[in-house]
Design a protein around this ligand. Sequence first.
Ligand SMILES: [Zn+2]
Length: 392
Amino acid sequence: MPYLACTGCGKKYPLERHLRCGDCGEPLEVRYEALTPPARIEEEPCFIARNANIFPFPDFRPELSLGEGATPLLEAVHLAEETGIAEIYLKNETVNPTWSFKDRGTSLGIQAALQFGLTRVGTVSSGNMAASLAAFAARAGLEAYVYVAGDIPEGKIAPIAIYGPRLSRGIGDYGRLYYNALALGEKRGIYFISSDNPFRVEGQKTVAYEIFDQLDYEPLDFIILPVSSGGNMAAVIKGCEEMEELGLIKKAPLVIGVQAAGCSPIARAVAEGREKVEPFPNPATIAHAIANPFPPSGNRILRKVREGRADVITVTDEEIIAAQAFLAQKEGLFVQPAGAAPVAAIRKLAAAGRLKPEHRIAAILTGSGLKDTGALAHHHLEVVSVPVDELG
Ligand SMILES: [Zn+2]
């Protein structure tokens, strides 16, 4: 039987709706007595059915899937040319049902809520997760409580509200909003599918399985992705470790998380060799999707860094904007600023010599550019006006 275990102190819990350890406060994760590999993408198109072997419940409702997962893995031809690295792959998560990677975790989080007989689900989100939760809750007929950060741009609100959740804007510290919402969830019976929800992490880990499935289990040196709360990065590391255990891959790649320099609490703790993440003062970055100043799974990532499984670095907003333009103009992919951060990191690490021509790298492009059109103001995009009869 699968069970929950604390990622901090190892304490075991039954497979119930606990989110964090009662003793040390760290996130819980699902552990399995024995795992068997998931089906291959080409064998089973449905996300839920394909991954049933690496999910913890015996019964699922696959009809609640919105077609998440099985996203394309593309070769980054021009990025490879620019950096001199022969093989760089881009996992295009922008084509998920609500245009971000979050749909994988939401899908399983909703299945968990149903297993526990709950009718209310909630999330605290800077935008992407809010839309994802609202969409999957709508399909499952569950009541959705969504708390968004007070400073998310106006244009990101309506695309969440359209799914009909109970939507609130939390004024004040986003880090505190998370903990206050958890307390409210206890009181009102709302099942929070937040970044460190153990079942959401199980859904998110599938992106690592898919990348290797699409590479026919050929080895990778690095998987590079943006990191904010730390839950998705922890999930990718977990997926890689499980594949290693299953013998699907010989050695897990090093997972490199990328933060915006203007909000980089985990990277700062790594650089200073600390065991605990401290709140980041005065966060400021155009990459709103990765601007959590006090990440709930930050300490968990620091433990993985100490185990030699992970690293966390920063890129500047200028580097992110340049990478966003490069992806659109050279690779044909329009991603939101957070989604461009891994490509900014590849360019930076290649220039610094840390990434070498022989390395094999996958970068996860987490969300669509259409989710944050405000960021377009940072680009110098030209349109000329011409009389219709004098085109030239
Ligand atoms: Zn614990």
